[in-house]
Ligand binder design. Structure first.
Ligand SMILES: Nc1ncnc2c1ncn2[C@@H]1O[C@H](COP(=O)(O)OP(=O)(O)OP(=O)(O)O)[C@@H](O)[C@H]1O
Length: 276
């Protein structure tokens, strides 16, 4: 049987890369009134951890709060309340030093590489950019790093010379993954990373992410509305419903023996793998 989440109390030494405790995120809306709040509870009391070497899948229908949770995980959004720990240290009000370390250690792959990558930059410049921003290496070492990154994600070296629009959608997502790896992160947050891709290349990108996780001992947060896709890549699954995690457990257990009615409904409604 899978379990319902409880906040974990890790020892500092083997603390997860990121831990969220009782996290709440409210988005302001314009439609408030006398009896209606002017905010949406996008995330409503979530406890969550991700460590190196594990893929944690977050699954739920559109609007359940997945992307809001992702934006807190990557530091783009501050929580309304709750605690964020980074390698066991409180990280809600992070110092400039911690912000820099967080930026190196946690990176993101978005759904649509066409909008996530600057169309005017060459792929060489896109992959060099994070190194320049973080003041890492010199021109020669950065060029070598770009070459390594292209090899790591299965792109030809010639891809460095072109812009994102000159490669296929699947290759563009590989560029986005290479950029996410540039600083040697501990965790990658992948928010619907295959939804915008052709069905024919989705499995390749999922396999690449799984291989990279193993090869680099990465932590990965894999977010999708599609429980079949989440199961394919995840060690552990968190099922989200209206801003809460309603079920959490090893992927196989959640899949084979779900304890929550919403999880059962998601599984019942799930079409065949990778075809949504
Ligand atoms: N910037 C915002 N301002 C107001 N409401 C927002 C904002 N962003 C998200 N919301 C609302 O918060 C809730 C959670 O949205 P969120 O995008 O996190 O869910 P999601 O599960 O990622 O959905 P999707 O897969 O459609 O992106 C929804 O009700 C959404 O309408």
């Amino acid at each position: 049987m899978s379990t319902v989440l409880n906040p974990s109390q890790p020892e500092l030494n083997d603390a997860p890369v990121i831990e969220l405790r009782d996290l709440h995120v409210h988005h302001r809306t314009r439609s408030g009134g006398l009896f209606k709040p002017n905010y949406v509870k996008a995330v409503n009391g979530v406890n969550f951890t991700v460590s190196r070497g594990e893929t944690v899948g977050i699954v739920g229908e559109s609007g359940c709060g997945k992307s809001t949770l992702a934006s807190v995980l990557v530091g783009l959004q501050a929580p309304t309340s709750g605690e964020v720990f980074f390698h066991g240290r409180p990280a809600v009000k992070r110092s400039a030093k911690m912000r820099k370390e967080f930026g190196r250690a946690v990176s993101v792959v978005f759904q649509d590489p066409s909008t996530a990558l600057n169309p005017r930059m060459t792929i060489q410049d896109i992959l060099t950019d994070p190194l320049v921003i973080h003041g890492i290496g010199n021109a020669a070492s950065r060029a070598a790093k770009v070459s390594d990154l292209l090899a790591l994600v299965g792109l030809p070296q010639s891809a460095a010379e072109v812009t994102p629009s000159q490669v296929s959608g699947g290759q563009r997502q590989r560029v986005a993954i290479a950029r996410a790896l540039a600083l040697g992160p501990d965790v990658i947050v992948a928010d619907e990373p295959t939804s915008a891709l052709d069905v024919s290349v989705r499995a390749q990108v999922l396999n690449l992410l799984s291989d990279l996780k193993k090869e680099l001992d990465l932590g990965m947060v894999f977010i999708s509305h599609d429980i079949q896709t989440v199961r394919y890549v995840s060690d552990r699954i968190c099922v989200m419903y209206f801003g809460r995690i309603v079920e959490e457990g090893p992927a196989r257990e959640v899949f084979d023996n779900p304890s929550n009615d919403y999880t059962k409904m998601l599984l019942g409604a799930a079409p065949s793998l990778l075809h949504t």
